[in-house]
Structures are given as C-alpha cells and as structure tokens.
Write a protein that binds this ligand. Structure first.
Ligand code: E4P
Length: 274
C-alpha cells in the first residue's frame, strides 16, 4: 500500500517524508487554498508548487484541472504538465464527470480518454461509486480515486442523519437500521464503507491496470479498513489522519506505567535520559 499526503503545507510534507511515509502528494484547489493559508504564504502559487515538486523528488504530485469543458480540461492539463515536468513528476487530476446536475455531457470522461492516449498520467477524481471508478479505468486513467467522506456526507444528508463531525463515517449497518426505522428507501449504496469494499473487489476481480486510490479518509479506523481491502493500491491522507495513526490511549497508559516502573528498577544501570 502506498501512502500519499493530501497537503501542500511544506512542514507537513517534510514530516511525512522524514517518516518514510510519503510516496506521493495529492492536491486540489481547496487543499491548496487551505495549505497556503496555514503557512501564511503570499508568494506565487507556481513558485510554491515548484518547491513542492523539488521536495517530492520523482514521487508523483497530483494537480487538479478547473475547467468543465473537454477542450478546457485538455488545455489546462497539458499546460500544468509542461510547466512542472522539469521539476518533478506531475500527474493531472480530472473529475470523472464535470456536468452541472442533469445536462448530458461527457467532457470529464472524454478528456481523460484523450489525455491518457497522449501519455499524460491521469488520476480520475470526484469518484464516489464503484461504477464511476470502473469507468475511469476504461477511459485509461492511471489512477482512479474513490472518495469516502463525500459519499458518507451525501448519504447522511439524504437521510437527515446527524452531522458526521471531523472523524465520523458511516457503517452500512447503521444506514440500513435508519432506513428500516424510518421506513425510507435509498436508491444508492449504503455507505462509503460499502462502496470501498465493492470497488476493491471490482478492481481485483477484473485485474485492472488502473490503480485504485482511496481518499476522503477521516479516521485511523478507516485507514485499517482501507489497508485490508483487496484491490486498493494507494491511499491518500490528510496530515491530521496520518499523525493520528500513531497514538492510542492504551499505548500511552502502557508506556506511562512501564516507564514509571523503569525509574526504580533500572536506577542502578541506566541514566535518567528523559
Ligand atoms: C482526492 O482526490 C481529493 O481531492 C481529496 O482527497 C479530497 O480530500 P478531502 O475529502 O479530505 O477534502
């Protein structure tokens, strides 16, 4: 399993790199906005991204396009790719579907097909269902990214469930209970957890070349869930989730207790090194 960091904050990137947990870097315009604000950076985005590419060395850095039309996406993708290819390993993120609500328009999908044919490494993004992830693979994307939290947010708001908070996520059982209790129907998957399992199965059963990446992870429990899912090759994590994988209250308690006893039992041969 490869670990990517979802951030443009240089301190976070350096920390993940020094821990040996940085196989690549994912961004989108919101992540860039947040990262630059946190750093109080006021210089040019281009300069900042060049610094990011240098830090990542040859690891992939993912940048998202911002056009909805096929021509616009292709133009922006090529421009970003050419601008940064001398500084590292740019990969371009294209939403699988860029239409607003119902108009018939396959621009996102068509742009992925045409860019992939030209050899530009594409990650298909904004994917929340197994079939969208499969379509991205058919279009020739190098990566397909399944986003967990946006799907849980959709289910929670459709069923008027409680806010999920910073770390919350839905289990399919809990959604099924809610449906039974309210005698409601949901013509959709039950939870992000369920879409993850089904998508992983599809990728592994079909032996797809496209790598399945998982994003929108909000808690260390979800990290374990992703780690045990067949068919997933990459996950991308916000720094807060990456760092929350290390501690646990039981770990702290055990360490406190044993270190407490060590003060007495090791006193004869170990210096106090705090
Ligand atoms: C990935 O492609 C997404 O842009 C990203 O992981 C979304 O992150 P968020 O759900 O943590 O905002």
């Amino acid at each position: 399993m490869e670990f990517m960091l979802d951030s443009v904050n240089l301190d976070e990137i350096k920390r993940a790199k020094s821990l040996g947990l940085l196989d690549g870097l994912t961004t989108n315009p919101l992540i860039i906005q947040r990262g630059l604000r946190e750093m109080k950076y006021e210089g040019s985005l281009e300069d900042h991204l060049k610094r990011v590419f240098e830090l990542l060395e040859r690891r992939p850095v993912f940048l998202q396009v911002a056009s909805r039309s096929r021509e616009g996406i292709v133009m922006q993708a090529k421009k970003m790719y050419d601008l940064f290819r001398d500084f590292g390993n740019p990969h371009i993120k294209v939403p699988i579907d860029t239409r607003r609500e119902s108009e018939e328009d396959y621009s996102g999908y068509e742009a992925i097909m045409s860019l992939a044919k030209e050899g530009i490494p594409i990650l298909a993004t904004a994917i929340v269902t197994p079939h969208q992830a499969f379509l991205a693979a058919r279009a020739g994307a190098k990566y397909s990214v399944l986003m967990l939290r946006p799907f849980d947010d959709h289910v929670a708001s459709t069923l008027q469930m409680n806010e999920l908070g910073r770390e919350g996520f839905l289990g399919s059982g809990e959604v099924a209970d809610k449906l039974r209790e309210g005698k409601k129907k949901l013509n959709d998957y039950l939870s992000a957890q369920e879409t993850l399992r089904i998508t992983g199965e599809i990728f592994s059963l079909n032996g797809l070349e496209t790598k399945l990446m998982v994003a929108g992870i909000r808690s260390p429990i979800q990290v374990s869930d992703v780690l045990r899912t067949n068919g997933v090759s990459v996950m991308t994590l916000p720094y807060t989730v990456l760092s929350s994988m290390f501690p646990h209250p039981s770990t702290s308690k055990f360490v406190d207790n044993t270190y407490g006893a060590a003060e007495e039992v090791y006193a004869g041969f170990l210096e106090n090194v705090n």
